[in-house]
Design a protein around this ligand. Structure first.
Ligand SMILES: C=CC1=C(C)c2cc3[nH]c(cc4nc(cc5[nH]c(cc1n2)c(C)c5CCC(=O)O)C(CCC(=O)O)=C4C)c(C)c3C=C
Ligand SMILES: [Fe+2]
Ligand SMILES: [Fe+2]
Length: 348
């Protein structure tokens, strides 16, 4: 069999205009794992309400961060894929869950290179039904319909892999080198609380009571909140960060349902009001910088923190196409090629 790799990231609109943002948001928000209500209600919420106003507002945000070569998320993902390709013999293709460069096109590219055994890499460190799971389900659906001869192996959520933690921590240490911080905020993309309960295979562990995530459980294999809190702990330990100088929050909420808390924007206010002057923010739910890190955190976040009385502020970039990150990904791929073994990870 010929092996190959499909890297999948979220995707972006084709341009930062409302005309191109609208179909992208339509595909994204009509995903049953993102707005997880019944199809009739989803249609009303997304097409009858959100898409009337959001495309214009999102397009304005995208235009603030857009690069000459295109969307940062797409450009960075391409650079990363090229770097990984230089470090492995296996063909590497890149696909996006939404918008252009589809998963189907990625699998087609691999098929044309003779690939019939695919290593699927969702480019998310954590498991959430609206990120990791939707990539896996979509890829399986496309495979079953169009590429029935292909076999598929999926990289598990890798946030707790010791080599990944080292690289993430190293990138943070480099970002903090010339910044004498008072506090470090780990800001993760939020999700509705309901998604945590839906993903709990035991149907009884995840109570969102502030305690369940500290008790070992099989539910943590699919508990995004547990995995995010753990990421903060693992980095804190690796870098020896002082307990009182670190906190975790969740950003980018949409709609009025309860989302994971504390909210990042409220944390900016709280920290400023508590006298924090120098704040560093890191965004470990994203492997590549994107709208949510470059606009919401690096631009808007700075403004919110300083408006609330804070001072110096930095956002530490995501891993993007760092050499050590591309090397680690290639190592995982090459190990799978030679022995079928997946990277070591610990979920408790
Ligand atoms: C890190 C993983 C992500 C999870 C989990 C996630 C959940 C989630 N997102 C929305 C709604 C939106 N997200 C948007 C942008 C966006 N989201 C992620 C990642 C996760 N989302 C990324 C990487 C990006 C940036 C894309 C880019 O092109 O740079 C947007 C679009 C922009 C906007 O209008 O704000 C929306 C909408 C929901 C509802 C959700 C969970 C239910
Ligand atoms: Fe999102
Ligand atoms: Fe939990």
């Amino acid at each position: 069999m010929q092996k190959g790799v499909l890297l999948v990231n979220l995707g972006s609109p084709d341009s930062p205009t409302a005309k191109d943002v609208k179909p992208y948001l339509d595909e994204f928000l009509m995903d049953e794992r993102v707005i997880d209500v019944n199809p009739v209600l989803r249609n009303i919420i997304v097409r009858g309400i959100i898409l009337n106003t959001r495309p214009k507002r999102s397009a304005e945000a995208y235009s603030k961060i857009w690069w000459d070569e295109g969307s940062p998320l797409i450009v960075i993902s391409k650079r990363f894929a090229e770097k990984v390709q230089k470090r492995t013999q296996l063909p590497i293709a890149l696909g996006m869950r939404y918008g252009s460069m589809s998963i189907k096109e990625g699998l087609q590219e691999l098929k044309e290179k003779g690939v019939d055994e695919v290593f699927l890499v969702p480019l998310y460190p954590h498991y959430a039904m609206s990120s990791y799971e939707t990539v896996v389900v979509k890829t399986m659906d496309v495979q079953a319909e169009f590429f029935p001869e292909m076999q598929m192996t999926t990289l598990p959520a890798f946030y707790s892999n010791p080599d990944f933690v080292k690289i993430l921590s190293q990138s943070i240490a480099e970002g903090l080198k010339d910044f004498d911080y008072d506090h470090i905020l780990f800001s993760y993309h939020g999700i509705p609380e309901r998604h945590i309960k839906k993903s709990d295979p035991t149907k009884s562990h995840c109570k969102l009571d502030g305690k369940c995530c500290q008790t070992n459980s099989v539910a943590h294999h699919t508990c995004y909140k547990h995995q995010c809190l753990d990421t903060t702990e693992l980095v804190k330990k690796e870098l020896g960060l002082p307990e009182e100088k670190v906190s975790t929050s969740f950003q980018s909420r949409l709609g009025s349902d309860p989302w994971l808390q504390p909210f990042t924007d409220k944390e900016f206010e709280r920290l400023a009001q508590e006298g924090i002057k120098k704040l560093a923010v890191i965004t470990p739910a994203f492997v590549s910088d994107c709208l949510e890190t470059l606009e919401e955190i690096a631009m808007e976040g700075k403004h919110q923190f300083q408006e609330a009385g804070g001072g110096d502020y930095i956002h530490i970039s995501c891993l993007n196409d760092r050499d050590d990150w591309a090397e680690l990904m290639a190592e995982w791929i090459n190990t799978w090629e030679k022995s079928g073994v997946l990277p070591e990870y610990h979920i408790q």
